[in-house]
Design a protein around this ligand. Sequence first.
Ligand code: SF4
Ligand code: SF4
Length: 131
Amino acid sequence: MSGLAIITEACIDVKDRACVDVCPVQCIYEFDPEKNVLFSEDEAGSGAIENTHAPNPDAVVIFGDTLLYVNLEECTSCTACYQPDVCPVGAIYSEEQVPDGVTATSYNSEDPNKGHDHTFFIQLSRDVFAD
Ligand code: SF4
Ligand code: SF4
């Protein structure tokens, strides 16, 4: 499916969950290291868990709970989370538009990591969910 959402490095340690509130299918997950589970909330900070997945330990250890993860099996490509006014740091791209560091024009205007290759996060989004 085209238009799947990919969260990239600008989310690290920002994680304000603005994207969680606009996602209509609750497919944006956070890692809970104490319970060793990926969880999605009904609304950000509500404590109402919508769904959980087991993490892949080899993948989740890379960034742990420092950023959020989109489950690409559940994302409907609705485009809501990567509209320009949602993520304060421009961390979210559609899969086809994740910048590879080659052309400066493909970065979100708020992304502080312009020039970095973000394509690592495409595979990470797939690897981090074990089920
Ligand atoms: S594109 Fe839509 S369904 Fe996919 S993560 Fe973003 S808000 Fe959720
Ligand atoms: S809106 Fe952006 S910074 Fe906030 S949690 Fe989502 S991806 Fe991270």
